[in-house]
Each structure stands twice: as structure tokens, then as C-alpha cells.
Ligand binder design. Structure first.
Ligand code: PLP
Length: 428
């Protein structure tokens, strides 16, 4: 038995399912999860000492690669000055200014501890500001695990097959309207019925929790128009796409400006951080300036802020994003060619440093239905064949992949060599 298997058995005695977040349990691919001991650059090393080229990057944050020296130094230096004060600190101002600088639609920003907190509060704020109860989301979009948002959600909720979790009163969920992603007509139709009761549309502007599905042309623009027409707030949940779809997120990549943006993952540099921000006028409604309540004992924590700031401060390095995009192209174009050669039905999606691949005969995947109808057996086998060869992909067909600045051309070539063997095995 491997050390990871041993640890998984032990973990299950004390932790529900042996994990502190469901997708880590490998339910989507079968088998036992690997336990990681340390990580460096593009690599993670498991409890058995095996090295993996990592395309999960802690589910997105590690855009600079693991253990980035400047992030590490800033974190240690901040920790030495004290772990938490529960008072305002200067680093919070620097962080807010940095976020505003990179994401210009954000005029004011509030720091929280997770993406879930960010989306939960953004929705409360939209409801408080508009004095309306209903919200609109998209099937297969995941916005964290707050009650109102865990309705027809993606990510682990998809893998587990329980998109509507028990424990959420129907009375809460009834205010959450759900329509098809990338289908502007379904949004128009519902707004024609109850548009004057809808506080906000919340959307992943690049869907990353039903695998990676970028917006089709006109979709985000259509959402903007509808929100303007009906006086609803447009929330871009950029917890995943922020700093990844482009430096300024999907809003920069696609040129559509939301009223509110939620952020997470990359802004913490690996520490637990989330944020929501946007128009001054709307953000003025949050406590203490406004009546909508939100708070946090550890919000804006100095160690987390210092780590995040050190990460964000490196993103303007010349050529960094060009390199990320080039590596994604190299990986996906390479995988497509290998799959075609092996005769395996396969297609890919990409948006900046986010990517996805699908075992399907469809030429392009743009909908939730298509993502869920892919060949799961091919995915599971491919997953384990890659894992055996030291390539760590997200252990679910409903999660995207993440490139980091630490991935070298050689890492991609090594990944493609492993993929060639995996596709050949699938074809055999
Ligand atoms: N929103 C999106 C788009 C996400 O991808 C996630 C997490 O994967 C969340 C919100 C929730 O963030 P967290 O897991 O930090 O609570």
C-alpha cells in the first residue's frame, strides 16, 4: 500500500470522506487521492516522494507556480510582525489600490476570506441595493457553497450528483432562478416574466466549474444590456477567471464591465483570501457606510494580504501572460493532435491561462449539457494513465486546468509524451 493510501484510510477515520473539500476525494475519477507533502514551481511531490507536473495549482491560485520566492518572503516577513490584529493596517490599503489598478471596474473593494464569502455578500449587497429578492444564475456555474447559490451548481456539486444540496430550505432556493449558460434567449425570456423582481445576474464570465467553457460572442454583452434595461446588478464571479482570463480578468478579455466583481484564488497568493468590489455607489451600501451587513474577524489579515500583494505585484512582469497563453496553446494543440492521431474523439477550450479538454465527438463545447454528456469512462482512464506518469490534472471531468508561469516548454513536452501513451492506451 502506498503512503498516500495509508494516509487516506487514516484520514477517513477523523475527517468526513477523508478530505476537507469534496472534489479532493477522487469520487469523480475513482481510486485513492494522493497526499501532497510539498510543492515547488510547476511540481508537487506526494507522500511517497513521487513528482507530478501540476495543472491544478491549488485550484487556481498558483499562477506564479508553487512556493514563489517573493510570495514566500513577504508571507514570512508579515508573520514575523504578527499574525492578526483585528485593526486596520496599511497593507490593506495597498492591496485595495493594487486590485483597483488591475481591475478598473472596481472603485471600492472589501476583503474577505474565501470566494464563497465574496459571492454570498455580493448577492446580499445586490439585493439590499435594488430592494429585490430574486437572483439569476446559470446551470453548472459554481459560486461557492452559500445556500442561495448551491442551486444547479457545478464543481464538486456536479461530481457528487447533488446539485441541489439537502439542508437548503426550499424557501431560500425559490429566489434563485437558473437558466442555461451561453443562452441569452433563456435570460431574456425570464426577465420578460419577472425582470423587475431580479436583483442581480451572477455569472462566471468564463465558466470553470463545468470544465472550462468560455462565453460565446454576445453572451456577456447581452447580460450587460439586460441588466441595464431592468435595473439589475451584473455580478461577474471572477474568483477563478480573475487575473487568469487576462490580467484584468474576463471583463478585460471580453470588454464587458460588470457592476460588481468577486475575486479569490490568485489574490491570496495561496492564502485564504476573497474580495468583492465594484461601483462606488453600490459598495457604499455595505456596512459601515451602508445598511447591508458584512464582517470578518480575519478579513484583510496582514499575512494573507502580504502574500496576495506579493503575488499580484509580479503579474505585470513583461511577457508573463504571453508565456502563459503560449504554454496553454502548446499543451492543448499538442493534446488535440495526439488525440486525433489515436482516433480518440476529443476537443479543447481555453481562455487565457485557464483551459479544459473534453472527450466528445462535438467539435466545440459551449454548453453545460455538452459538458455533462462527454465520455466519462475515457476521462477516468485518461486521468489515471496521466497520474501514473506523473501528471496531476483536476480529478474531475467538470473542472478546468490552470497553467502557471513556472511551467516550462519542457514540462509541456513531458506532459505531451505522457498524453501520447495515454491516448494510445485508450485507443487500444
Ligand atoms: N466562485 C467561483 C467561480 C469558484 O470557482 C469558486 C471556487 O472554486 C468559488 C466561487 C468559491 O470559492 P472558495 O472555494 O474560495 O469559497
Amino acid at each position: 500500500m502506498s503512503r498516500s493510501e495509508e494516509l487516506f484510510q487514516k484520514a477517513q477515520l477523523s475527517i468526513p470522506g477523508g478530505v476537507n473539500s469534496p472534489v479532493r476525494a477522487f469520487n469523480g475519477v475513482g481510486g485513492s487521492p494522493i497526499f501532497i507533502e510539498r510543492a515547488e514551481g510547476a511540481y508537487m511531490f506526494d507522500a511517497d516522494g513521487k513528482r507530478y507536473i501540476d495543472y491544478v495549482g491549488s485550484w487556481g491560485p498558483m499562477i506564479l507556480g508553487h512556493n514563489n520566492p517573493a510570495v514566500l518572503d513577504a508571507t514570512i516577513a508579515a508573520a514575523q510582525r504578527g499574525l492578526s490584529f483585528g485593526t486596520p493596517t496599511e497593507v490593506e490599503i495597498t492591496m485595495a489600490e493594487k486590485i483597483k489598478d488591475i481591475v478598473p471596474s472596481i472603485e471600492k473593494v472589501r476583503m474577505v476570506n474565501s470566494g464563497t464569502e465574496a459571492t454570498m455578500t455580493a448577492i446580499r449587497l445586490a439585493r439590499g441595493y435594488t430592494k429585490r429578492d430574486k437572483i439569476l444564475k446559470f446551470e453548472g456555474n459554481y459560486h461557492g457553497h452559500a445556500d442561495a447559490l448551491l442551486v444547479k451548481a457545478g464543481s464538486g456539486a456536479l461530481t457528487l450528483g447533488v446539485p441541489n444540496s439537502p439542508g437548503i430550505p426550499e424557501d431560500f432556493a425559490k429566489h434563485t432562478l437558473t437558466v442555461d449558460y451561453n443562452n441569452i434567449d433563456s435570460v431574456k425570456a425570464i426577465f420578460e416574466e419577472v425582470g423587475d423582481q431580479i436583483a442581480c445576474i451572477i455569472v462566471e464570465p468564463v465558466a470553470g466549474n463545468m470544465n472550462c467553457i468560455p462565453p460565446v460572442p454576445g453572451f456577456l454583452e447581452g447580460l450587460r444590456e439586460i441588466c441595464d434595461q431592468y435595473g439589475s446588478i451584473l455580478i461577474f464571479d471572477e474568483v477563478m477567471s480573475g487575473f487568469r482570463a487576462a490580467p484584468g480578468g474576463a471583463q478585460e478579455r471580453y470588454g464587458v464591465t460588470p457592476d460588481l466583481t468577486t475575486l479569490g484564488k490568485v489574490i491570496g497568493g495561496g492564502m485564504p483570501v476573497g474580495a468583492f468590489g465594484g461601483k462606488k455607489e453600490v459598495m457604499g451600501y455595505i456596512a459601515p457606510t451602508g445598511p447591508v451587513y458584512q464582517a470578518g474577524t480575519l478579513s484583510g489579515n496582514p499575512v494573507a494580504m502580504s502574500a496576495g500583494l506579493a503575488a499580484l505585484s509580479q503579474l505585470n512582469k513583461p511577457g508573463l501572460y504571453d508565456q502563459l497563453y503560449a504554454r496553454v496553446d502548446q499543451l492543448l494543440d499538442g493534446m488535440q493532435a495526439l488525440a486525433d492521431e489515436a482516433g480518440i474523439p476529443f476537443t479543447t477550450n481555453r481562455a487565457g491561462s485557464m483551459f479544459g479538454f473534453f472527450f466528445t465527438t462535438d467539435k466545440q463545447v459551449t454548453t453545460y449539457q455538452q459538458a455533462t454528456q462527454c465520455n466519462m469512462e475515457h476521462f477516468r482512464r485518461f486521468y489515471h494513465l496521466m497520474l501514473e506518469q506523473g501528471v496531476y490534472l483536476a480529478p474531475s471531468a467538470f473542472e478546468g486546468g490552470f497553467m502557471s508561469a513556472a511551467h516550462s516548454e519542457q514540462d509541456i513536452n513531458d506532459t505531451l509524451a505522457a498524453a501520447a501513451k495515454a491516448f494510445a492506451a485508450l485507443a487500444a
